[in-house]
Design a protein around this ligand. Sequence first.
Ligand SMILES: N[C@@H](CCC(=O)N[C@@H](CS)C(=O)NCC(=O)O)C(=O)O
Length: 214
Amino acid sequence: MKLYGYFRSSATYRVRIALNLKRIAWQAVLIDLRAPVSAQHSPEFRALNASGLIPVLIDGGQIVTQSLAIIEYLEETHPEPALLPRAPLERARVRALALAIACDIHPLNNLRVLDYLRGPLAQDDGAVNAWYAHWIATGFGALEREAQRLSGDGRHLYGSAPTLADVCLVPQMANARRFNCDVTPYPTLRAICAHLEALPEFARAAPQAQPDAP
Ligand SMILES: N[C@@H](CCC(=O)N[C@@H](CS)C(=O)NCC(=O)O)C(=O)O
């Protein structure tokens, strides 16, 4: 399988973790998001994903986009180890945690949103950083309460084995730290991430472990 991504892309980081957990062999194709390269806007990449966003997975010549759709595709084609529990209600709960990150936090702080704030809306770095920190605090505040209720062992967001929810949490925490957000109010989330980041499948997927990292 080929994974189009970038070391710092947290949506790509999610897929890297899932591929590693499922022991699937994969090859990275670099899409440098930094201006002036901005490879996500090239016609070649837009032909793979019209939205110009990474990650994109190529499997047997077929294109799959959207990190959560990619991970669910991997879950269906490579069921073990499962990233979703078996019972429908538990699956819904894990998906809800993952979507709270992937839909309610991540898109608000994506590169193109920050670029729009800086460019057309003429916001300075202070305002952009305040925007970023606000949406992390809003999302993580709720997630911390959910983690206290749903974590089975204080080392996983749901239950006591890695799930889709953990696959989304660790990259979002890395983003929060990169933007110097205060994460001290989220001790449960921090403990979960500390445990998961030490696992080899998560460590090999980390931004700093990627060949395109500086
Ligand atoms: N919902 C999408 C989000 C993908 C996404 O936003 N990717 C970011 C990197 S983490 C990106 O490509 N940003 C490029 C840009 O904003 O121009 C997914 O989960 O795959």
